[in-house]
Write a protein that binds this ligand. Structure first.
Ligand code: GLN
Length: 191
């Protein structure tokens, strides 16, 4: 089994390194051919408008969307979550539009656009997980098909809808590997 990380812009190397440290075969996904060779894919943090634009320019947007709709496991972190959303509160565009959530970009404002906290996320691990937010979005509304995994200050910051996982924060920027193991288990079940 091979897990891809969309490697067009943003923090893809950190995800690759985390996957490697849990013994996972990985691939930097930049082309359609790469996409055909993975069993699951991580969409990293970065700038959603830029990643979305490159996805369109490289003709990856539609094939990636179709694969997700057919059940390929996908995990979007931060900008990746924005790409997955069906609706973006403060962006007239939408991108992959596969997850029944509405997100607010840069939701934590400019003064406190980065912060850290810790939470127990029961589905993922019995131990507290460090959460790093960088100009992060949160989920402002969602359909009842979406399972909420974590809230911080009453805002939804992690959720799952079937094969789609989304987090506002960046587990790849911490030492903690629990989220990557959790995503790997989603991919394992799908093979
Ligand atoms: N603010 C960025 C966006 O809107 C996301 C930031 C991140 O991925 N760390 O795309």
């Amino acid at each position: 089994m091979k897990i891809g990380v969309l490697s067009l812009q943003g923090g893809f190397i950190e995800h690759i390194n985390h996957l490697k440290s849990i013994g996972c075969d990985t691939l930097e996904v930049k082309t359609l051919c790469d996409l055909e060779n993975v069993n699951g894919i991580i969409l990293p943090g970065g700038e959603s408008t830029v990643i979305g634009k490159i996805l369109k320019e490289t003709n990856l947007l539609t094939p990636l969307r179709e694969k997700i709709l057919k059940g390929m496991p996908v995990w979007g972190t931060c900008a990746g979550m924005i790409l997955l959303a069906k609706e973006i509160e403060n962006d007239k565009n939408n991108y992959l539009s596969v997850m029944n959530i509405k997100v607010k970009r840069n939701a934590y404002g400019s003064q406190i656009d980065s912060f850290e906290t810790k939470k127990i996320i029961k589905e993922v691990s019995p131990n507290p997980i460090p959460l790093i937010f960088i100009r992060a979005p949160y989920i402002s509304s969602y359909d009842n098909t979406v399972n909420i995994l974590c809230e911080v200050n009453e805002n939804v910051v992690a959720a799952r809808e079937n094969n789609i996982l989304a987090t506002s924060f960046h587990p790849e920027l911490t030492e903690n590997l629990e989220f990557h193991k959790y995503f790997l288990s989603m991919c394992d079940k799908n093979v």
